[in-house]
Ligand binder design. Structure first.
Ligand code: NDP
Length: 271
């Protein structure tokens, strides 16, 4: 069997077109500030992808690039200024530990990454909120590709605050039955083989081998791993021979994450 491709680039392009229509109704272009501290090459490449998407849909993105040694006070002051001047605001992660306390200075209404405790709390309660972009992008990709999670057994590998945990909440609200696995899970393969829908967000190449996948399952590979062989996901390439449908890396979850950031920015500008 060769898996159907869940084409994140194509679905993201459709979402961008819908956003251009929404933006045309606004009095002015939505404004998004992206704050970067230091020169992490992966961060620089993610910001480039966000800038290109913003330009395509008509969002004004301002990149605030601060030196690695920036103080907590300086970052907090910048965030407070941007809370008042922008529609959306994010600080590109990873951030040095000592600067992490600045993140909660982003007011929930501007928090287009959806990481603020208030937005995560609303998500848990099933209330409208700006939602974390990667899990929201996975949900959107599944729904728009006719792979609705309702009634499915979804197994997530990974329990981070930005992917696994919020995704477990979203899938539960979409009527999937959810299992969450992590490094203390005993016999990971036993769980992954039960999945109708398997989502892998572990951050390690080859976390899931083909024999860990139920034939015909839908597999979402969230991983982005930079290796000597190039960009690879968390699933072994031969998972494509067993899965019924699979997200490619690159071109699956990545473009959907960016499309959800653009969506959150437009939503913040509309409110
Ligand atoms: P984290 O490192 O924060 O979390 C990884 C999670 O996976 C942890 O919960 C960890 O368990 C679990 N895990 C790791 N190895 C195993 C294993 N062998 N068996 C079972 N569980 C395991 O990563 P993130 O959630 O931030 O990101 C995950 C991946 O997704 C990364 O490759 C990242 O680059 C990618 N990513 C891609 C995005 C995109 O837009 N395409 C966006 C965000 C992330 P434990 O909690 O026990 O440590």
């Amino acid at each position: 069997m060769n898996a159907d491709i869940l084409d994140g680039r194509a679905v993201a392009a459709t979402i961008e077109s819908e956003l251009r229509t929404r933006i045309a109704q606004l009095a002015s272009a939505p404004r998004l500030a992206v704050v970067q501290v230091g020169d992490d090459p992966a961060s620089t490449s993610y910001i480039r992808a966000k800038s290109r998407a913003a330009e395509r849909v008509g969002i004004k993105l301002a990149h605030h690039h601060l030196p690695a040694g920036t103080s907590l006070k300086k970052l907090k002051t910048l965030i407070e200024q941007l809370n008042s001047s922008e529609h959306g605001l994010l600080v590109q992660l990873p951030l040095p530990d000592k600067l992490e306390p600045a993140l909660t200075r982003i007011v929930p209404e501007r928090d287009v990454d959806g990481f603020h405790p208030v937005n995560l709390g609303k998500l848990l309660r099933g209330e409208p909120a700006l939602r974390p972009c990667t899990p929201a992008g996975i949900m959107e990709l599944l729904e728009r590709s006719n792979h609705s999670p309702a009634g499915k057994h979804a197994v997530i590998v990974g329990r981070s605050n930005i992917v696994g945990k919020p995704l477990a909440v979203m899938l539960t609200q979409a009527n999937a039955t959810v299992t969450v696995c992590h490094t203390a899970t005993v016999e990971l393969a036993h769980h992954t083989r039960q999945a109708d829908l398997l989502i892998v967000a572990a951050g390690q190449p080859d976390t899931v081998a083909p024999e860990m996948v139920r034939p015909g399952a839908t597999v979402v590979d969230v991983g982005v791993n930079r290796t000597a062989a190039g960009l690879v996901g968390d699933c072994a390439p031969s998972v494509a021979e067993v899965a019924g449908a699979l997200t490619p890396v690159p071109g699956g979850v990545g473009p959907m994450t960016v499309a959800m950031l653009m969506t959150n920015t437009v939503t913040a500008a509309e409110d």
